[in-house]
Design a protein around this ligand. Structure first.
Ligand SMILES: Nc1ncnc2c1ncn2[C@@H]1O[C@H](COP(=O)(O)OP(=O)(O)OP(=O)(O)O)[C@@H](O)[C@H]1O
Length: 290
C-alpha cells in the first residue's frame, strides 16, 4: 500500500478498508494525482474508507481519472471501469451470456462485467462520465450504491452482495455537451468532491513530471498562460476546456518540436468553436511568447 505522506488518521482508515482479493482481474492504477489542496484527495480516501460512494465533479482534463487511478494505487486495489455513453446498457455493466464449447458440447456461460467483478472481488468500480448514460440505464445500480450493496443479476437471477473492500468512484463533467443532469436519487447516493484545474506551482510540478518538455523557462511561460486562461474562463470570455490540463500537456509536448505559439494553436486554440474565444486565447499567447 502506498500511504506515504498521508496524515496518521487517514492512513489508519485506508489500511482498515483496503480489503479485497489480491488476485487477477482489474488493474492497479498508477498514482500521481496532485492538488494544491490536499483535502481533495484526503476527503476522497476518507469517504471511500467509510464506504461512501464518491462523485468527482470537474471540467474535462482536470484529473478526475488520474485521481481515481491514484485511489486504486493508494488502496492497492484493482480498478474496473465503465465508460458511460448513451449506448451504455445493462450488459456492458453487469455482463452477458455467451455460448461456450466445452468437450465438443455447447453450454451457456455468463461473462461477468465490471460491476459484478468489482463487487465479488471487493475491488474498485470507476464509473466515468456518469451523466452521459441514458437516465433509465443506471437505476439498476441503486441497490449497489446504497447500504444494501446488493444486486440481483437479471441475466442469471444470482443475488450478489459486495465483498468487503468494494468501493465506487464516479466522475461527472457538468454542463458538457451530451450530458444530462444526474437523476436526484442517483446523485443522492454519492459524496460530491470538486476537482478543479490545478494552477501555479502545482501545475508546474505536473507539467514537469508528465510532459516531455524540459525547458524550465518555457514551462513557467505555460504556467503563466494557464493562469491567464483561467482568469478569462472566470470572466466568461473563454470556455472552461481552454484551461484543460490535458490540452496544456499536449501543447507542452508539441512545443519541443515547434514554436510555442504554433503548439498553442494546435493544442488549445483549434479545439475552440467560437472565433472570439480563439482570438482571446491567441492574444494571451502573444503577450507571453514572442
Ligand atoms: N491534478 C492533477 N494531477 C496530476 N495529473 C493531472 C492533474 N490534472 C490533470 N492531470 C493530467 O492531465 C491529463 C488529463 O487528466 P484526466 O484524464 O484525469 O482528466 P479527467 O478530468 O478525467 O478528464 P475527462 O473529464 O475529459 O475524462 C492526464 O494526463 C493527467 O495525468
Amino acid at each position: 500500500m502506498k500511504l506515504d505522506n498521508l496524515p496518521e488518521e487517514i492512513r489508519e482508515l485506508v489500511e482498515k478498508s483496503s480489503k479485497g482479493e489480491s488476485e487477477s482481474g482489474g488493474r492497479i492504477g498508477s498514482g500521481g494525482y496532485t492538488a494544491e489542496d490536499p483535502s481533495v484527495f484526503h476527503d476522497v480516501l476518507i469517504g471511500l474508507s467509510l464506504q461512501k460512494n464518491i462523485l468527482l465533479k470537474g471540467p474535462t482534463g482536470s484529473g478526475k481519472t488520474k485521481l481515481a487511478e491514484s485511489v486504486s494505487h493508494t488502496f492497492n486495489q484493482p480498478m474496473y471501469s465503465i465508460n458511460c455513453s448513451i449506448d451504455l446498457d445493462t450488459e456492458a455493466m453487469l455482463g452477458f451470456k455467451t455460448i461456450e464449447q466445452v468437450d465438443g458440447k455447447s453450454s451457456i456461460t455468463f461473462v461477468e462485467g465490471p460491476v459484478i467483478q468489482a463487487m465479488k472481488k471487493g475491488h474498485i468500480l470507476y464509473i466515468d462520465e456518469i451523466n452521459m448514460a441514458k437516465p433509465e440505464t443506471l437505476p439498476i445500480l441503486n441497490g449497489v450504491l446504497d447500504y444494501r450493496r446488493t444486486i440481483t443479476n437479471p441475466f442469471t437471477n444470482e443475488v450478489i452482495t459486495a465483498a468487503e473492500g468494494f468501493k465506487v468512484v464516479a466522475a461527472i463533467n457538468e454542463g458538457y455537451i451530451g450530458t444530462v443532469p444526474l437523476n436526484e436519487a442517483l446523485k443522492n447516493r454519492f459524496i460530491v468532491i470538486d476537482v478543479p484545474y490545478i494552477k501555479g506551482d502545482t501545475l508546474k510540478s505536473v507539467l514537469t513530471a508528465q510532459s516531455a518538455l524540459k525547458d524550465e523557462r518555457m514551462i513557467d511561460q505555460f504556467v503563466a498562460l494557464s493562469a491567464d486562461l483561467f482568469t478569462q474562463v472566470q470572466n466568461g470570455q473563454v470556455s472552461e476546456e481552454a484551461a484543460s490540463i490535458r490540452a496544456l500537456l499536449d501543447t507542452c509536448d508539441l512545443a519541443i518540436y515547434m514554436p510555442p505559439k504554433r503548439a498553442i494553436q494546435r493544442g488549445i486554440i483549434d479545439k475552440l468553436e467560437d472565433d472570439r474565444e480563439k482570438s482571446a486565447v491567441k492574444n494571451i499567447a502573444d503577450t507571453i511568447f514572442e
